[in-house]
Design a protein. Structure first.
Length: 273
């Protein structure tokens, strides 16, 4: 039995043909840790943990994807996407924990935004519902949706706390909760969206994006890589817009009662700093 286990491990490691190149790239992390120690930045442990976690997590997901690709089952593909959405919602919910029901807000905004984007792409025939296409595309969509949802919840919670007196004065003058918090709603949404818009504006001028770079490294023609990258960019803009709007709407609703009263708020991190 022990021999079988070792044989299995040997077979698994035998598929990792680029370990020497990975080791050479790791030298850059070791160099960064050395500089940190030299400058007493105290980042050595964080660098080591980050490098180790990245290696384990990426190798593990690589084997999981190999299994799912071999199964070629829509059920397994959907299950993995659901797990990814759940993890993203938990992460965003923890970031926006000052928002009442943050986990629910994150799950609904990320889930609806991601599913809606994927549905449009599949119905329009841009991608087929195969694991090779949907899992990597879904991962990009969910990852960006997670970032936007967390930023919207965090920024709106801080603004509503810091500007409570202004909002309550508007409510006292007869404004609805939506009208009273419109400025905070708009600011939170813009704060989350602008980095993605700026990235789209400067793509190709400052850096070559990941999908395009990966295709070129894999031997695809630059024009083919550019066309896929355009699809990815437009897809992500749509995904973060859907998610941002849903997150902003649900977040503002979470802070007000049905009678348009602003709920008691915990001190914001910005206020307590």
């Amino acid at each position: 039995m022990l021999n079988d286990a070792f044989n299995t491990i040997d077979a698994a490691l035998g598929n990792l043909t680029d370990l020497p190149r990975i080791g050479l790239a790791l030298l850059l992390v070791i160099l960064a840790a050395g500089i940190s120690r030299w400058q007493r930045a105290d980042l050595e442990r964080d660098l080591a943990v980050a490098a180790a976690r990245a290696f384990v997590q990426l190798i593990a997901i690589g084997y999981v994807l190999e299994l799912i690709f071999n199964q070629d089952s829509p059920l397994w593909t959907t299950a993995l996407l659901a797990v990814m959405i759940g993890i993203a919602a938990r992460t965003a919910g923890r970031r926006g924990r000052q928002t009442p029901g943050a986990m629910r807000v994150a799950l609904l905004s990320i889930g609806i935004g991601s599913v809606l984007t994927l549905a449009v792409l599949i119905v329009a025939g841009v991608f087929d519902y195969t694991p090779q296409a949907i899992i990597p595309i879904g991962g990009m969509i969910i990852g960006n949706a997670m970032t936007v949802a967390a930023q919207v919840m965090d920024r709106m919670a801080v603004d509503l706390h810091d500007q409570r007196a202004l909002i309550e004065s508007r409510l006292a003058l007869g404004a609805t909760s939506r009208q009273a918090s419109h400025q905070q709603f708009r600011r939170a949404l813009r704060n989350a969206m602008i980095p993605h818009i700026d990235t789209t504006k400067t793509t190709g001028l400052i850096k070559l994006p990941g999908a395009m770079t990966g295709m070129i490294l894999a031997g695809a023609s630059p024009l083919a890589a550019v066309q896929l990258q355009l699809i990815v960019m437009y897809m992500l803009v749509g995904a973060v817009t859907f998610t941002g709007l849903i997150a902003a709407y649900l977040t503002y609703r979470a802070f007000f009662t049905g009678a348009h009263q602003l709920k008691a708020l915990a001190p914001s991190s910005g206020a307590s700093a």
